[in-house]
Design a protein around this ligand. Structure first.
Ligand SMILES: NC(=O)c1ccc[n+]([C@@H]2O[C@H](COP(=O)([O-])OP(=O)(O)OC[C@H]3O[C@@H](n4cnc5c(N)ncnc54)[C@H](OP(=O)(O)O)[C@@H]3O)[C@@H](O)[C@H]2O)c1
Length: 331
């Protein structure tokens, strides 16, 4: 099966317009004791067989678990997809809660790259993101490690995650920024002119990437499942990362249901799922945008890939653009 493609200029290659985010196989939404590596390898294989050629993972998704699963899927893959992974963010589970910390020191980034290469079973990482800027380390130093890794042939291209336009400019002067990955969806539009995960003024990252020959990679394009209309706070186990997020609970979740209702209205007209409409809206925001929805289920994977076949009219887009802003913070 083939999907429409989009270009990654820094890699001089085309990938499927919809990538696949692997995180949920190992982290954030699954309890550590419920991780299923076999099922993870199988759903990645199905994504590849369905035309996906762009995978997204990170070293912190289950402390290496996710990259190991991706590595197993890659070993069996022919042809090989483009693989993006990340360093600089560390995840722990403390008293049942997800607790994140950062390490942007160059020696950490370089050691993390070697570990990721080993877990993925590859000689070079196609796209290597700095997962978060470490406030304790100047960005120039962290990004300098990426420049060294590129010069050493260990990575083909480098990207940033949850940065501002100002930070992207600082990095770009040292080593071209091939991609920026930030949360972006119908209920999280900060990347087009709001704040970063650190509460800094983001600027318009969609415009910046387009202007600099970079791709923009929206993460959590389905609003971590909320926009599909099939996942509510009542469905979440204790310890699910989403229980820590303001949009998901109480009055905020009730208010945000209006966004889902609006997505469903458009979906019903097209005879597709709300998930497909939520992704089609993201795809319509620019030809350099490659979202990476995640799922652990075959039926949801196919529903998401159906977005590639949806053409939203100007009226559809105006209706979706006009949905109420989300209530509750992103983190
Ligand atoms: N850079 C960063 O800081 C960062 C942060 C978060 C995520 N990411 C990346 O972005 C990727 C995607 O983000 P995400 O996984 O957070 O959120 P997402 O793709 O917006 O949503 C995933 C959630 O939605 C559910 N889902 C997916 N398709 C569905 C469908 N058609 N119908 C009903 N439910 C559906 C999934 O559950 P099921 O498994 O049950 O389908 C899962 O709980 C991640 O895998 C990761 O690679 C990056």
């Amino acid at each position: 099966m083939s999907l429409p493609t989009r270009r990654i200029p820094a890699l001089d290659t085309d990938v499927s317009a919809l990538g696949y985010g692997c995180m949920g196989i190992s982290w954030a939404y699954v309890a550590p004791e419920d991780r299923d590596a076999e099922a993870g390898v199988a759903i990645i294989a199905e994504a590849l067989a369905s035309g996906v050629t762009f995978l997204d993972t990170a070293d912190c998704y289950g402390a290496g678990h996710n990259e190991q699963v991706v590595g197993r899927a890659l070993a069996a893959a022919d042809p090989k997809p483009v693989v993006a992974t990340k360093a600089g963010l560390i995840g722990n589970i403390v008293d049942g809660e997800v607790v994140m910390s950062r390490n942007g020191r160059p020696e950490h980034i370089k050691a993390a790259c070697d570990a990721s290469l080993q877990r993925l079973g590859v000689e070079v990482i196609d796209l290597y993101y700095l997962h978060r800027v470490d406030p304790a380390v100047p960005l120039e130093e962290s990004w300098g490690a990426y420049a060294e890794l590129a010069a050493a042939g260990k990575i083909r291209a480098a990207g940033l995650s949850e940065v501002s336009v100002a930070q992207a400019g600082i990095a770009h002067a040292i080593l071209p920024v091939a991609a920026i990955q930030s949360e972006f969806s119908l209920w999280a539009r900060d990347a087009a002119g709001g704040t970063t995960a650190d509460g800094e003024e983001a600027g318009d990252l969609l415009a910046w990437t387009a202007d600099h020959g970079a791709i923009f990679v929206p993460f959590s394009p389905l609003g971590r499942g909320f926009l599909t209309g099939n996942v509510t706070a009542a469905d979440l186990r204790a310890g699910d990362f989403r229980t820590q997020l303001g949009k998901w609970s109480g009055d905020a979740a009730d208010a945000n249901q209006r966004i889902v209702d609006g997505v469903r209205r458009v979906a019903d007209r097209h005879g597709v799922t709300p998930a497909a409409i939520a992704l089609a809206w993201v795809l319509a925001q620019g030809d350099h945008i490659i979202p990476i929805p995640g799922t652990t289920k075959s039926a949801n994977l196919q529903a998401n890939l159906a977005a590639a076949g949806v053409t939203l009219s100007a009226d559809d887009l105006a209706e979706l653009d006009g949905l109420p802003p989300a209530v509750g913070g992103r983190y």
